[in-house]
Design a protein around this ligand. Structure first.
Ligand SMILES: *Cc1c(COP(=O)(O)O)cnc(C)c1O
Length: 355
């Protein structure tokens, strides 16, 4: 067992806040479970890992991360099955991606004992916080930031790793209107788009705000060089169902390798649906829309799982997509993944890990 080699210092809360939470009205990312994991890296190694009551941090105003953004994160979910056991969905994929992000940002990698072992320990302690209503789960937020008190630009010598959790409900409710962005970019080839680092999201807010002012919920990002190829949608991967085929941009240095994306690809292949992972041009998608061959388009990510689009806007024209029904691929795959994550269907892929 991973947890046997690391000891976690656990300080339990004396005053659980769980009774204050309205579990029938969970707002995404606003309620925080009782405990958090805190580990500090200094002098070339990870020190003791503590699990303590969720609470504020005390930091120097000179903390490096606050100035130059050497900070990365992950997002994953835990679910309860009908027996009340807690299941994590593909946590090793998040751990590996966290370490890839860490390498790209000159940060130390985190050993399995701390990331996976610590996560399990934390969730065992707060298992009452894993909600069981339809579409509900425990969202898990591991993150790391540079902690040196120093305002020179260089990789920090010290880091904090923190993991906290939030009970959440469904993220999006209705299909969203998206606009193809052809001026601003999220990420460029050779940049940090494939890393889950803080700055990617800070930089995406302004173009998203402009789209929202024009009545769109979200953006479709295009490539940085020509704005001809589709990359992602908002903070999600993007997928299309064209003529019965699942088409999605191949991952690259400017596209994040999403766990939801690769899970949907695997499920589609298992269902014998042809899958194409390749460059996808805006022109091809707009032609498919106009020819009535675009069956569905959607974002894919841990928070919403699947977020279908109702309209795609390009060059000032809004194109309506077909309405979805229970037989539509995004609806079916979302339901299948939810069943798999909650242990209601056999885990044929071996994706779940019992806490
Ligand atoms: C997190 C994220 C995704 C989705 O990844 P999942 O592992 O499926 O949650 C896609 N794109 C971006 C930019 C992301 O930050």
């Amino acid at each position: 067992m991973a947890t046997e080699t690391t000891t976690f210092e656990i300080r339990k809360t004396t005053q659980s806040r769980i009774a204050e939470v309205d579990f029938s009205n969970l707002v995404f990312g606003r309620s925080f479970s009782d405990h958090m994991l805190v580990a500090k890296y200094e002098n070339g190694q990870w020190g003791k890992t503590e699990i303590v009551p969720y609470g504020n941090l005390s930091l120097s105003p000179a903390t490096a991360a606050l100035h130059y953004g050497q900070t990365i994160f992950e997002g994953m979910k835990a679910y309860k099955n009908d027996e009340g056991e807690v299941l994590l969905f593909r946590p090793f994929d998040n751990w590996k991606r966290f370490n890839l992000s860490a390498q790209r940002m000159c940060m130390p990698t985190v050993p399995e004992e701390i990331f996976i072992g610590g996560l399990q320990e934390l969730i065992r302690l707060d298992s009452d916080w894993v909600p069981t209503g339809a579409g509900q789960s425990l969202y898990i937020r591991p993150y790391m930031f540079s902690a040196d008190e120093y305002i020179g630009v260089k990789p920090s010598d010290s880091y904090y790793l923190i993991i906290f959790t939030c009970p959440v409900g469904n993220y999006y409710s209705k299909p969203v209107k998206v606009r193809v962005e052809t001026e601003y970019i999220r990420a460029a080839e050779g940049g940090v788009g494939a890393a889950k680092c803080g700055g990617n999201y800070g930089g995406s807010l302004y173009p998203a705000k402009l789209a929202q002012q024009d009545g769109y919920d979200q953006l479709i990002w295009t490539d940085a060089k020509e704005h001809k190829y589709i990359e992602e949608s908002g903070t999600m991967n993007i997928m299309f169902v064209i003529d019965g085929k699942l088409v999605t941009p191949a991952v690259s240095s400017s596209i994040l390798d999403g766990v939801t994306r690769k899970s949907i690809v695997a499920v589609a292949e298992y269902w014998n649906i042809p899958v194409e992972e390749r460059r996808v041009s805006v022109a091809e998608i707009m032609d498919a829309v106009k020819a009535g061959k675009l069956d569905a388009a959607f974002g894919a990510g841990t928070a919403a799982v699947v977020s279908p689009f109702s309209h795609i806007s390009f060059e000032g024209v809004d194109y309506a997509l077909p309405e979805l029904n229970d037989a539509s691929f995004p609806v079916r795959v979302k339901e299948f993944l939810e069943k798999l994550r909650t242990g209601k269907t056999e885990d044929i892929f071996g994706w779940t890990l019992k806490v």
